[in-house]
Write a protein that binds this ligand. Structure first.
Ligand SMILES: Nc1ncnc2c1ncn2[C@@H]1O[C@H](COP(=O)(O)OP(=O)(O)OP(=O)(O)O)[C@@H](O)[C@H]1O
Ligand SMILES: [Mg+2]
Length: 250
């Protein structure tokens, strides 16, 4: 199954090289509102690079990225954020010297600029609901340093959801977290989906990917080697070979 209704984001033959390493090689796929696309592949296959290309951390060279039909390939990171692209990182990137409120509202201000003003009550409710779903019983004035690694990952997800993203990129949300936190992450992603975000989920936890994703793209050496629903991907020979570590041209 391939998304066929109005995609919010389209990647067309997106490429990225780091010296001799081809980290993204003609990567193409679409993201649809309210759907979760998994992006999987062995270590070093180009998953984080693909998120970096979408969020603007890396320059696409060459290739095209469209958001709502608009070419954003050359836009800066902050412009893309304002247009509705939010993300989390493989290792949480929070301001360790700042309190929780400052960290949460960093992304939030960008979301506000995109929306009509006067939404503060709605925002307060959203924060309370999201913290509750995440099981974070924390004070807004507490330091980020009081949070465990898993709690920081949850907070980063909340920060992104608060901006009501059109496109939500998650880079290995389940890495380094416990089972209970994993359930919290599932619940937070469900909220993003309820808000009609198009989710791109990079993840090594096959349990999470296979149970959550509508469709999955598989990368190996920067190339898309398979695309399909979870059942198709699980039985795909090329995917199994890639995960067993057979080297290209070996
Ligand atoms: N900033 C960079 N400079 C040089 N090479 C890079 C850079 N970022 C990524 N690479 C290389 O590009 C390739 C793809 O890396 P990437 O981080 O996208 O892989 P990944 O699929 O996210 O892997 P993992 O599952 O380990 O997180 C790797 O060979 C990596 O070493
Ligand atoms: Mg990565």
């Amino acid at each position: 199954m391939s998304p066929k209704n109005n995609p919010v984001m389209v990647l067309e033959k997106v490429c990225k090289r780091f010296g001799g390493v081809v980290a993204a090689d003609d990567v193409s796929f679409e993201l649809e509102p309210g759907q979760i696309r998994g992006l999987i592949g062995p270590n070093g296959s180009g998953k984080s690079t693909t998120l970096n290309l979408i969020s603007g951390i890396c320059d696409v060279e060459p290739g095209i990225i469209l958001l709502d039909g608009e070419d954003i390939t050359k836009k800066a990171i902050h412009e893309r954020a304002r247009m509705g692209i939010a993300r989390t990182f493989q290792h949480p990137r929070l301001l360790s010297r700042c309190d929780i409120k400052t960290n949460l509202f960093l992304g939030h201000d960008l979301g506000n600029m995109r929306r009509a003003s006067g939404a503060s009550q709605e925002i307060d409710q959203s924060v309370d609901e999201l913290l509750d779903v995440a099981g974070l019983k924390i004070g807004m004035d507490d330091s980020i340093k009081t949070l465990s690694y898993g709690q920081q990952k949850l907070l980063e997800i909340i920060r992104a959801i608060l901006t009501k993203p059109k496109v939500f990129l998650l880079d290995e949300p389940a890495a380094g977290i416990n089972t209970r936190e994993m359930d919290r992450i599932r619940a937070l992603i469900a909220i993003a989906i309820r808000n009609k975000a198009a989710v791109l989920l990079v993840e090594h936890s096959m349990d999470l990917v296979m149970s959550l994703c509508d469709i999955i793209t598989v990368l190996n050496f920067g190339c898309v080697i398979a695309e399909g629903v979870p059942a198709e991907i699980q039985g795909n020979e090329a995917v199994i070979e890639a995960y067993l570590g057979r080297r290209r041209h070996a």
